[in-house]
Write a protein that binds this ligand. Structure first.
Ligand code: S3P
Length: 430
């Protein structure tokens, strides 16, 4: 497809789609709880549909009415053996979290996915789940999908220090821990604090969990109760408009109902550090959401590393673009996790931006970017990665000459199906 170039400014108000991480978890908790769960504001993206279809295949009744769904939960023991292998599509979150649920069920199951998912390491969940007694097998020593999970095991507690900062691994182990014996208590220690949506939703569904810094205790044998869940907009989707609003001249964008859970707002801290203007208004404390207003700003480079990384891990491709438009050097370190996302995002992002004329160098665990550089037209392949496709579309807005084109844009369906409609809306309202 041809991408819009030479933007004269992005202006207007948007409500970005529901948070992907919270959407997945609402379906999972709704399915393992007892009674009805009503979810408002769910993301209707392909990744979330993979999760929904997996639970339907396990006999859970889920009704959809646009962005509102209802789930009839019958507890862990209400889940039935799926008749065939579960298709996780492109979704690492679905695969890893559902594995934690399936590891403790009495039936056998199998999970598979697309070409990208088939390269994603599952040993990070398989190893600790095996320590809990699970029988789980993947391909090669990295336990790549397809994953085969055998039933008829009794899971037991572990005391486990996570070797990677990963909310997916933490969440898989929490789901497994809930299925251990009543007297068992699982202890997890995080490498860095990561998004805490699973912990928050467990409490909302009436579960027990004790959190102290990076230490988490989860008692076994828990029974959860269906709830009403209200999902805010995804800050990882809002990130594309935050960056577009900062770098495209003459822009002002209002983003309503954006989730601002502190484990996810690293990008706001980075923008502030770089001198960008983003104002938070209408904060809603109970729903962890706010309206964000962004305006075109003069930016300076910064360093992004350490405990900040898990708070903005999915935003790093679009932050790299932001850094090309900031004066001076931006250094991204401690982000080796980028190599095992939907693509190797260190390699794909640096190639893409180098092709557009940016000064960007890959390192083993991040990137070094020197700005500010003009960007020129190129041909981009999203390589099956939604966030690469969206970053390319925002970069194109800055191109002043020539035609910018994108293939593989269908990947964007996984997290933001209305992305190009929203782009047209903002770009045409000058
Ligand atoms: C997610 C956690 C992160 C993130 C992913 C969603 C989640 O992955 O990159 O898009 O919903 O738990 P890791 O846990 O692998 O860091």
């Amino acid at each position: 497809m041809k991408l819009e170039t030479k933007s004269q400014g992005l202006r207007g108000t948007l409500k970005v789609p529901g948070d992907k991480s919270i959407s997945h978890r609402s379906i999972m908790f709704g399915s393992i709880a007892h009674g009805k769960t009503e979810v408002e504001g769910i993301l209707q993206g392909e990744d979330v549909i993979s999760t929904m279809n997996a639970f339907r295949a396990m006999g859970v009744q889920i009704q959809e009415h646009g962005s509102r769904i209802t789930i009839e939960g019958k507890g862990f023991s209400g889940l039935k053996a799926p008749k065939k292998a579960l298709d996780m599509g492109n979704s690492g979150t679905s695969t890893r979290l559902i594995s934690g649920i399936l590891a403790g069920r009495p039936f056998d199951s199998e999970l598979f996915g697309d070409a990208s998912l088939s390269k994603r390491p599952m040993d990070r969940i398989a190893k600790p789940l095996r320590l809990m007694g699970a029988k789980i097998a993947g391909e090669t020593d990295r336990d790549l999908p397809p994953l085969k999970i055998s039933g008829n095991v009794m899971l037991h507690e572990i005391d486990y220090k996570l070797p990677v900062a990963s909310a997916q691994v933490k969440s898989a182990l929490i789901f497994a821990a809930l299925q251990t014996d009543k007297k068992a208590v699982t202890r997890l220690v995080e490498k860095e604090k990561t998004r805490d949506h699973t912990e928050e939703m467990l409490v909302q569904f009436g579960g027990q969990i004790a959190i102290s810094g990076k230490n988490i205790l989860i008692p076994g044998g828990q029974k959860l109760q269906g709830q009403k869940v209200l999902i805010p907009g995804d800050i990882s989707s809002a990130a594309f408009w935050l960056v577009a609003g900062l770098v495209v001249p003459n822009s002002e964008i209002e983003l309503r109902n954006v989730g601002v859970n502190v484990t996810r707002t690293g990008i706001l801290d980075v923008i502030e550090e770089m001198g960008g203007q983003v104002v938070r208004i209408h904060e809603d404390e109970t729903n962890h959401s706010a309206t964000l207003v962004v305006r075109t700003s003069a930016l300076v480079g910064t360093e992004i590393s350490g405990e900040l990384i898990p708070r903005l891990i999915d935003e790093l491709p679009i932050i790299a673009l932001l850094a090309t438009q900031a004066a001076g050097e931006t250094i991204i370190r401690d982000a080796e996790e980028l190599r095992v996302k939907e693509t190797d995002r260190i390699s794909v992002v640096t190639h893409l931006l180098q092709n557009m004329g940016a000064e960007i160098t890959p390192t083993s665990d991040g990137m070094i970017i020197r700005g500010k550089t003009p960007l020129h037209a190129t041909h981009v392949d999203a390589c099956g990665d939604h966030r690469i496709g969206m970053m390319a579309a925002i970069a194109a807005l800055l191109v002043q000459e020539g035609q910018m084109s994108l293939v593989g844009e269908e990947a964007i369906q996984t997290s933001y199906p209305s992305f190009f409609d929203d782009l047209r809306l903002l770009n045409s309202s000058n």
